[in-house]
Structures are given as structure tokens and as C-alpha cells.
Design a protein around this ligand. Structure first.
Ligand code: SAM
Length: 280
């Protein structure tokens, strides 16, 4: 694996060897070298020909090349590790400038300044900032957000939390935030052996498409607070875990049809939205 090439550029193994790109654990570097696989991931995002694609953490460019090969109008890649400059420059040149790279921390860079809609986000996210970036994409000030879809690779355990249903261990804040204003599904699993170096756990790709408006009305800030508070003590009954939100929390819960002895895990999205409206 990894010696194939879908374009006229050298195989990634050669690129890595030529530039001495040993993977840094501190930057969550696990690279995908099989360009057939990265093209398949790119295809999960649908038609890219009319879109700007935002990619976080291109590394030596495996997924970037997949995206460009699949016809992305343009790719904006944010990368923290400047050692990757020559590898990414080579891709930019080959694809006639359809790639732009900004070196910096994805948590700091204002990407909207560099993008033209419609925008799709596609990334094999660095492990240490993946969840934080997802939460930021899901909780912007205004809805709809600047992006149409997010096609993201996570550890499988995080992917399961995004698509989880009530009454399961994985159900919680990520599921509710994702499913309130988006459709989210897991579309691929990727074994550790696909990466260099292989991580300890299986990965999965989640495809998230934004809805034009929320499934149920609620104030975003209130909903986020209610959900975070409820799942902060997920084993407790709601009358206890949500006590800080209202002096008469039992009455509020009853008024929206939630039994105060229920636990966060048993409450579905519609009920959390109703509860948020009652508390707003
Ligand atoms: N996309 C490549 C692939 O699939 O082979 C590399 C994925 S690797 C899991 C994550 C990449 O994110 C690394 O290249 C790493 O340097 C970069 N990275 C780590 N933290 C970052 C941050 N805060 N902002 C931008 N890039 C970051």
C-alpha cells in the first residue's frame, strides 16, 4: 500500500523520504499514504467541482491530492507544521494553484477570510484538536454556517458519539449538537494499518450536512448549556443534575413532559429543545 499514485506526482512514501518527514506524535501526525483511499474519502463529500474545500492538517498531502484529483474547485489547507512546505508546494504547482496553504494553528486562523462559498470541510483531523474544531463548526453565532457539509475523520469512538441515539453510552453533547441542525452519518471505517504510523484505534469518517434550520426551535446558547449541564453528571437524575439551572427545576421538567427522575441519556433531542425553551 502507499506506492500507488493517482496523479503525476511521486508516491507519498517517496515524498516523505525525500523531505525527511518523520511523523510527530505531538501534532497528531498519522498519515494516509494510499491515494485510492484518500480519493474515496474525498468522494464521501459529494461533488466538489463548484466548491472551496477547507482541509485542516493536510500533512504531506494524501487527502489534499485526493480532493484535487476528485475535482475540488479549490482547496484551502491549514497546517501547523512548516516542515511540510515543500511537499505541499509541489502539489500546488502540479494543480495550477488550486491549492492554497496557510501555516498556523487551525484554532486561531480566521478561515472565512480565505474562502468563497459554497464551502465543504474535509479533513483527517489532528487527534488533539478534532473535537474542539467540530464543536466550533457546530455552534456558530448564526445559522446556517459558512459551510455546507463536514466530512471528517475521527477515532471511531468519537464518530460514534456524533451519530449516537438516546439510551446508548455514546449519546451525549456531541450527538445533540450535531443532530439538532444537521444530518450526521458514519460513512467509512478505516483500520489502523491504513496510517503511517498506525494509531492504536480504528478511525471512522463522519459526513455531516447542515439543515437550513434547526429540527426544533431553541436558543443555541441555552440548549448548549442545558445539554452540557445534563451530561456533566450523566448518571444523576435530571432533578439533581439540572438543579443549578432553575430553583424549581422539577416543575419545569414536568411542564415539558420529562419525569424529574429520568437521566440525561433517556432524553431525546425534541425534549431537550422543549426544556431549553422552558428555561430560556
Ligand atoms: N491529512 C493528512 C493525512 O490524512 O495523511 C494528515 C493527517 S494527520 C492525522 C493531522 C495533521 O494535522 C498533521 O499534518 C498535523 O501537523 C496537523 N495539525 C496538528 N495540529 C494542528 C493544528 N492545531 N492546526 C493545523 N494543523 C494541525
Amino acid at each position: 500500500m502507499g506506492n500507488n499514485t493517482i496523479d503525476g506526482l511521486p508516491p507519498l512514501r517517496e515524498v516523505i523520504a525525500e523531505h525527511g518527514l518523520s511523523a510527530k506524535k505531538s501534532l497528531g501526525q498519522n498519515f494516509l499514504l494510499d491515494l485510492n483511499l484518500t480519493s474515496k474519502i474525498a468522494r464521501q463529500a459529494g461533488d466538489l467541482t463548484q466548491c472551496d474545500v477547507l482541509e485542516i492538517g493536510p500533512g504531506p498531502g494524501g487527502l489534499t491530492r485526493g480532493l484535487l484529483h476528485e475535482g475540488a474547485r479549490r482547496v484551502l489547507a491549514i497546517e501547523r507544521d512548516e516542515r511540510l512546505t515543500p511537499a505541499l508546494e509541489q502539489i500546488k504547482e502540479y494543480y495550477d494553484g488550486r491549492l492554497d496553504v496557510v501555516f498556523g494553528d487551525a484554532l486561531e486562523v480566521d478561515v472565512t477570510a480565505h474562502l468563497q462559498g459554497p464551502v465543504k470541510v474535509v479533513a483527517n483531523l489532528p487527534y488533539n484538536v478534532g473535537t474542539e474544531l467540530l464543536v466550533r463548526w457546530l455552534t456558530p453565532q448564526n445559522w446556517p454556517p459558512y459551510w455546507d457539509s463536514l466530512t471528517l475523520m475521527f477515532q471511531k469512538e468519537v464518530a460514534q458519539r456524533i451519530v449516537a441515539q438516546p439510551r446508548t453510552k455514546a449519546y451525549g453533547r456531541l450527538a445533540l449538537l450535531a443532530q439538532w441542525r444537521c444530518n450526521a452519518k458514519m460513512v467509512m471505517e478505516i483500520s489502523p494499518q491504513a496510517f503511517t504510523p498506525p494509531p492504536k484505534v480504528t478511525s471512522a469518517v463522519v459526513h455531516i450536512e447542515r439543515l437550513p434550520k434547526p429540527r426544533f426551535p431553541a436558543d443555541a446558547k441555552v440548549l448548549e448549556r442545558v445539554v452540557a449541564t445534563a451530561f456533566n453528571q450523566r448518571r444523576k437524575m435530571l432533578r439533581a443534575s439540572l438543579k443549578s439551572l432553575s430553583p424549581n427545576i422539577e416543575d419545569v421538567l414536568n411542564s415539558v413532559g420529562i419525569t424529574p427522575t429520568q437521566r440525561a441519556e433517556e432524553i431525546n433531542l425534541e425534549q431537550f429543545c422543549a426544556l431549553s425553551r422552558a428555561l430560556a
